[in-house]
Design a protein around this ligand. Structure first.
Ligand code: NAD
Length: 419
């Protein structure tokens, strides 16, 4: 087990948000100490064989941040930038995300430092199976339940579930969520994060008198979250004027045709070569003319340099940690409303929770039922956050953390600290 990396770190920055809410809650120093330490950090080597026969070793991580409210819950990220610090921050955010939507889960996250773009499907399968095998003792439906994150797909979840089930000699679909429908996935899970984001965005737009038929939306990232959010915004009659992925950004004042963009992205595995909008720089997309801006790629997108140039009135965070604390301060000063990541992208984990429930019952719901329950959970908690924000004069982010921390603290106090 390793200790947390705390200097100049994503986790360090994440704690800044925690502290603001902890101050509002007048949390004592002991409780702060407990809540700013991960329960368990696991680092391991993943030796695997390339298709060429050569052996390589990647590093795998699983951070189980909190079990106070239930089993760990959080995705697995395959990306060259994965570090212990990043995974710890993501597990920390999962703790508050699960609590803010009142799910009976703690928080966890995992990752492998690798570049899936350079891996064949069989190489990816071998890495996934070895990753799962290393975690057999510490994951499980009542221990810790992984899910997809950046570059991990329902297929990756299927390999994970199969490997775990082989090791425990039992069919255990509830060990991961985000699985294909055929093996215990939930209807509506693939779109859930994007759907949840649009539910929150449209509710907030109503509060801000932003007419969906007139509002211009820009979305950074065109993967699971960004693409489905774009589709659902378009379905609700909104104009998505800007989209981007790692290969470039596209702007179209009249509205990008999202079906064309999705078809292009599916066919070419990226937006490269898309002709449905003017090609602009990735950074330019963030400061383009729009009313609602959705970061749905990676963390630290808004910083002290670009925060003053953002033109949107509302930011809905699809990605985890896209706003640095400096940028958050600038947005607050400028009156830009931000639905924070732990609320804005909680639709994914909420339907993951539904998947876990369905797997345990062995009984599966219709998609309409999934979507209805999702909307109910998200709007109930978003409204609670808004009430806290207006009562305490806080941002929606601080209010969301306040609600989440309060719930975790209550659970911890009831259980008692086994010291
Ligand atoms: P994904 O891999 O499906 O998509 C990521 C997208 O971001 C891709 O289109 C990629 O090209 C793009 N991207 C990467 N770097 C970029 C850059 N510099 N500029 C513009 N685009 C860039 O991943 P995802 O599952 O959509 O996750 C995106 C974010 O949402 C992550 O922060 C993730 O943690 C968060 N999230 C995902 C889920 C989920 O259910 N998938 C749930 C909650 C939060």
């Amino acid at each position: 087990m390793a200790t947390a990396v705390r200097d100049v770190s994503i986790f360090g920055e994440a704690i800044a948000y925690f502290n603001e809410a902890a101050d509002l809650l007048e949390l004592d120093s002991g409780m702060r100490r407990i809540l700013t330490h991960p329960t368990r950090q696991i680092i391991f080597s993943i030796p695997f064989q390339r298709d060429s026969g050569e052996f390589e070793v990647f590093t795998g991580y699983r951070v189980q941040y909190s079990f106070a409210r239930g089993p760990g819950k959080g995705g697995i990220r395959f990306h060259p930038g994965v570090t212990l610090d990043e995974v710890t921050a993501l597990a920390f955010w999962m703790t508050w995300k699960c609590a803010v939507v009142d799910l009976p889960f703690g928080g966890a996250k995992g990752g492998v430092t690798c570049d899936p773009a350079t891996l064949s499907s069989s190489e990816l399968e071998r890495i996934t199976r070895r990753y799962a095998a290393e975690l057999v003792e510490v994951v499980g439906p009542d221990k810790d339940v992984p899910a997809p994150d950046v570059n991990t797909t329902p297929q990756v979840m299927a390999w994970f579930m199969d490997t775990y089930s082989m090791h425990v000699r039992q069919h255990q679909p509830g060990v991961v969520t985000g699985k294909p429908l055929e093996i215990g996935g939930s209807r509506g899970r693939v779109e859930a994060t994007g759907r949840g984001l649009t539910i929150c965005a449209l509710d907030q737009m109503e509060q801000m008198a932003l007419d969906p038929a007139k509002a211009r939306i820009a979305i950074q990232g065109f993967g699971n979250v960004g693409m489905y959010a774009a589709k659902l915004f378009a379905e609700r009659g909104c104009r998505v004027v800007g989209i981007s992925d790692v290969t470039g950004a596209y702007y179209n004042e009249k509205g990008v045709n999202i079906d064309d963009a999705s078809a292009h992205a599916f066919k070419h595995r990226s937006l490269e070569g898309f002709t449905g909008g003017e090609r602009i720089g990735n950074a330019e997309l963030l400061t383009s003319e729009c009313d609602v801006l959705v970061p749905a790629a990676l963390e630290n997108v808004f910083n002290a340099e670009n925060a003053a140039k953002i033109k949107a009135k509302l930011i809905v965070e699809g990605a985890n940690g896209p706003t640095t604390p400096e940028a958050a301060g600038i947005f607050k000063e400028r009156g830009i409303v931000v639905i924070p990541d732990i609320m804005g992208n909680a639709g994914g984990v909420t339907v993951s929770y539904f998947e876990w429930v369905q797997d345990r019952m062995g009984y599966f719901w219709k998609e309409a039922e999934v979507n209805e329950r999702l909307e109910d959970i998200l709007l109930t908690n978003l409204r609670e956050i808004r009430a806290i924000a207006s009562k305490r004069g806080a941002t929606l982010r601080t209010a969301a953390y306040t609600l989440a921390i309060d719930r975790v603290v209550k659970a911890l106090k009831l259980r008692g600290i086994y010291a």
